[in-house]
Ligand binder design. Structure first.
Ligand code: DQQ
Length: 464
């Protein structure tokens, strides 16, 4: 098993990731006795997806994290002997209760299980009646995908959606109801997708009220191997979901988001940031996967999903640089640089065809990551130019982003090692990964400074 190199410039310094090995989906996130508990898909054997456990980390402030021992492990000769897959957590009258998918060795049998936590969530006892749900409804014919339970409380009952597919049609979110979390009654599909549009299989469906609507987040798997998070906003009537709008939640590497409501009433979203480098590169780095900075969700006046990194993260800001309209010259690096930065930038996009920022820039400009907004095509884009060796994804990533009349472009960018989270006006998101070949590429430069309204760049403290 390879241990991560402390000098690894690709390893994030203010995003959470375990000390070593593989992580993927956030699981069972809950605020318990004031502390935020993050569980996550974790392989203790190395930086590859296998032997899934629930890893565990805790935070008092959403900025600093302490990794704790593994919370839930597979039990031999049990319904979860092949792995503890993704799930959620609820407070069942004072008992922290994890609802997760147990799998067999080749993942052909996926069943829903419970585990009960002690007072600080460090010791977990599996329910003696596991699995609590194992039969896939008959109309999901030929499907083995039946996982990622997401549970909520309404009308003094528990509701749960389980993700899967109806073979030949598309992904499905199945709806169940229970009064004790143990005995589940199948109601009907909460939502059935169209394969070409919403993916042939759903994973990690989240469903929750927000503002005056309901939101469904779907981690969708598409033919050809693509996987994308879709955000559907709509109405929940007669226990069925009727979407009114649908967008790509993240046009990059963010996947398998999990939401929960914290003590401040915020709907927080957690997400796994996948890697853009080869499996071999991940194994030899000794680590793979990282958590996105948590985001607070809301709907704007047009019922569009807005996500803002939690304000707590601002406590990590250190030295900063501030500029306003007219302060910046063309073709000059800013007097601040680094690979751990937080940026807030506002542009008047009507003043230039293209505006944006170059980061991780080498002195000769050959290596860089460019975040651009094209006012003509109304598109947000992350373009990666770098000279890493090996099999590394360097395709441009982006999505359509239309500004409202008289609305400025507002960019929030969180740069950290090989992670770059880009959010435009709260509602267009591209989370990218990039792997520069050396530590010299750290410059910051504005594209079309004439369009700048204001710019702030802060260095970010390490949480390690
Ligand atoms: N990851 C988990 C599954 C889920 C997938 C297994 C999504 O439960 O469907 O690690 O990334």
């Amino acid at each position: 098993m390879t241990q991560p190199n402390p000098q690894d410039i690709h390893r994030p310094t203010y995003h959470f990731l375990p000390a070593a090995n593989w992580m993927n989906d956030p699981n069972g996130v809950i605020q318990w006795k004031g502390r935020y508990h993050l569980f996550f898909q974790y392989n203790p054997d190395g930086a590859y997806h296998a032997n899934m456990h629930w890893g565990h980390a805790v935070s008092d402030d959403l900025a600093h994290w302490e990794e704790l021992p593994i919370a839930i492990a597979p039990t031999p000769n049990s319904p979860d002997q092949g792995g503890i897959f993704t799930g959620c957590m609820v407070d069942d009258g004072g008992t922290p209760t994890a609802i997760y998918t147990g799998v067999n060795d080749d993942y052909t049998r996926q069943v829903q299980c419970l585990a009960f936590g002690n007072e600080d969530l460090t010791r977990w006892t599996k329910h003696s009646g596991n699995p609590v749900l194992s039969e896939i409804p008959a109309h999901c014919f030929q499907s083995r995908d039946f996982r990622d339970p997401f549970v909520w409380r309404a009308d003094d009952l528990w509701y749960m959606t389980v993700s899967g597919n109806i073979n030949g049609i598309g992904g499905v979110a199945l709806l169940y109801r229970s009064d004790d979390l143990r005995d589940w009654q199948y109601l009907h599909p909460l939502f059935v997708g169209e394969g070409a549009r919403h993916g042939y299989n759903f994973e990690c469906v989240n469903f929750f009220p927000l503002g005056e609507r309901w939101v469904m987040l779907i981690s969708s798997m598409f033919d050809g191997g693509g996987a994308t998070v879709l955000a559907l906003v709509g109405r929940y009537e007669n226990q069925r979901f009727f979407p009114e709008s649908e967008t790509v939640y993240d046009a990059g590497y963010g996947y398998a988001p999990l939401t929960h409501v914290d003590d401040q009433g915020r709907q927080l979203l957690w997400a796994w940031l996948r890697e853009g480098r080869s499996r071999e590169a991940q194994r030899s780095a000794g680590w793979s996967g990282v958590q996105a900075i948590p985001r607070a969700l809301s709907l704007d006046g047009k019922h569009r999903l807005v996500s803002d990194p939690v304000s707590e993260i601002e406590a990590l800001r250190r030295d900063g640089f501030h500029a306003e309209a007219g302060d910046l010259a063309e073709d000059e690096d800013l007097p601040i640089r680094g690979l751990a930065l937080d940026i807030e930038a506002e542009f008047d996009a009507s003043l230039a065809e293209t505006c944006g920022i170059e980061l991780a820039r080498s002195p000769d400009g050959q290596e860089k990551v460019a975040i651009t907004y094209d006012a003509v095509t109304e598109a947000l884009r992350v373009t990666r130019h770098y000279a890493s060796e090996g099999e590394i994804d360097s395709e441009a990533q982006g999505l359509a982003h239309r500004l409202d009349p008289d609305e400025n472009l507002r960019l929030r960018i969180l740069l950290d090692g090989s992670v770059i989270e880009v959010i435009a006006n709260g509602r267009a998101r591209v989370t990218s990964r990039f792997y520069p070949s050396g530590g010299a590429s750290q410059g910051v430069r504005v594209i079309n400074p004439a369009a700048v309204v204001s710019l702030d760049v802060w260095e970010m403290a390490s949480i390690g």
